[in-house]
Design a protein around this ligand. Structure first.
Ligand code: UD1
Ligand code: CA
Length: 481
């Protein structure tokens, strides 16, 4: 479908959104890793407009700051008082010099499910039919609150009547105004000057522009959205959760059709920015956020939350929380592991049960299988870190680094007091507190010598169960169980 680029897109986001009952402005609420207005901007961006302006009003400092972060190319126009959608568009056009030649598309900032494809179709109909205005409409099961599309006997759109201003007959109409329009920019600017405020809300209605243009003899058209759910505006947290569900389903459907197995879409949540390769498997209760990428044939979950984490081909990540980490191909993580930012596992590395890592490089084939903390560390290839070891990286003031070489075997219950280096092929004894560097190939033993005080129980705990057990053991001939 070839469409000309619109001269401008105006996004209306000045309203207060009182029904969200939130300290966060409505359009900044998040679904699937993107703000509501961010979703609208992404869809609008697909039209490749020459200019994009967001009309801000309520909580405009927060909204403007957010926009500067996520879409620095976007301009903002301030609508100090919310005098209606027509007034808002007027403020938007003023930011663009008052009058724009070419097509101007208007969308609302609270319709995150709107797709670029629907906008392209609207824009294409608008151009092909040579309309002065084309409104995006939809048939909805319940039209309460929406502006109704009034058509004449020939089916031509004649007006949009707001719910509050509609007659009983008009209220029975189920085709509604989505709030999305394509306009001829010059005609829009002229018509907005004629919009009055003699309606039930005392506002300048953008919808009146349609009737004004039609009465002036201009072509007015409509494009009907295929799926009415796409144009749903978010007004409260129930609708927010419904929209999130729909968007999440869309993302998972696309993933599944591209060859990803999602065992339970109902309990799997993904952000729009997550990417997958073929034959990745996602188990129930898994949340994938940010720039997370699942490589070919890897398996993630159940019950895992991955943020900005790369999972290599064939890797296994089970019951894990990971943030800003890299899991190499065929590596294994969990169950019950926590990879904090800067954790990097090479091929076939293993981070096992109840292990936490942070800013740590784990070399190929190296294993940290049980109950350990590895912070600020570099571990070479094919080493094994004994159970219940701690990389003591913090002296209460500064963080220090530990380096463990390749083919090392460190004993269980070791403390590596950083900064410290264990050379290649070195061993450390169980229970050691390693405070000094260990040369390659050495065995380090850093623990108190064991001392057995014989007969202590019989003397100090006479008559106790322990004493009786010891007595019985003494009677048994050695070597028998
Ligand atoms: C509007 C339409 C209605 C349509 C519905 C679709 C008008 C008069 N009515 O009604 O026909 O069915 O959207 O959801 O246009 N906004 C501003 N400044 C304002 C007023 C609104 O920026 O002064 C923004 C809001 O932030 C919101 C959008 O415009 O993003 C729509 O405003 P809202 O008050 O929700 O309009 P509705 O009454 O729902
Ligand atoms: Ca609304």
């Amino acid at each position: 479908m070839s469409t000309s680029r619109p001269a401008a897109v105006v996004v209306l986001a000045a309203g207060e959104g009182t029904r969200m009952k939130s300290a966060t402005p409505k359009v900044l609420h998040d679904i699937c890793g993107r703000s509501l207005v961010g979703h609208v901007l992404a869809a609008a961006g697909e039209l490749q407009p020459e200019r994009l302006v967001v009309v801000v009003g309520h909580a405009r400092e927060k909204v403007t700051e957010h926009l500067a972060g996520v879409a620095p190319e976007v301009r903002t126009a301030v609508q100090a008082e919310q005098n209606g959608t027509g007034h808002a568009v007027r403020m938007g056009l003023e930011e663009l010099g008052g009058r724009v030649e070419g097509t101007v598309v208007v969308v609302c900032g609270d319709t995150p499910l709107l797709t670029g494809e629907t906008l392209r179709r609207l824009s294409a109909t608008h151009s092909a039919d040579g309309n002065a205005v084309t409104v995006l409409t939809a048939e909805v099961p319940d039209a309460t609150g929406y502006g109704r599309i009034v058509r004449d006997d020939s089916g031509a759109v004649t007006a949009i009547v707001e719910h509050k201003d509609a007659s009983e007959t008009q209220r029975a109409i189920r085709e509604i105004n989505s709030g999305v329009f394509a306009f001829d920019g010059a005609l829009l600017a002229d018509a907005l000057k004629k919009v009055r405020t003699d309606n039930s809300q005392g506002e300048e209605y953008l919808t009146d522009v349609l009737g004004i243009l039609r009465e002036a003899g201009h072509r007015v058209g409509a494009s009907v959205a295929g799926d009415h759910r796409e144009i749903a505006g978010i007004n409260n947290r129930v609708q927010l959760s419904e929209a999130r569900r729909i968007l999440n389903d869309r993302l998972l459907t696309a993933a599944m059709l591209s060859g990803v197995t999602v065992i339970d879409p109902a309990t799997t949540w993904v952000d729009v920015t997550v990417t997958f390769e073929q034959d990745a498997v996602v188990h129930p209760g898994t949340q994938l956020h940010g720039a997370t990428h699942l490589g070919e044939g890897c398996e993630v979950g159940p019950n895992s939350r991955l943020t900005d984490t790369l999972v290599g081909a064939g890797a296994r990540v089970d019951n894990t929380v990971a943030v800003g980490s890299e899991v190499g191909p065929e590596a294994s993580v969990g169950p019950y592991a926590y990879l904090r930012p800067g954790s990097r596992l090479a091929r076939k590395a293993k981070i096992g049960t109840y292990v936490e890592t942070k800013n740590a490089s784990i070399g190929e084939g190296t294993k940290v299988p049980h109950l350990s903390y590895v912070g600020d560390a570099t571990i070479g290839e094919f080493s094994n870190i004994g159970a219940a070891s701690v990389f003591v990286n913090y002296d209460g003031q500064d963080k220090h680094h530990t380096t463990v070489g390749s083919h090392c075997k460190t004993g269980s219950d070791n403390m590596f007091v950083a900064p410290v280096t264990i050379g290649d092929g070195a061993y450390t004894a169980a229970g050691s507190v390693i405070t000094k560097d260990v040369p390659a190939g050495s065995l380090a033993v850093a623990r108190g010598q064991q001392r057995n005080i014989e007969g202590w129980v019989a003397r100090k705990r006479p008559g106790s169960a322990a004493a009786k057990a010891a007595e019985a053991a003494a009677r048994e001939p050695a070597g028998e169980g």
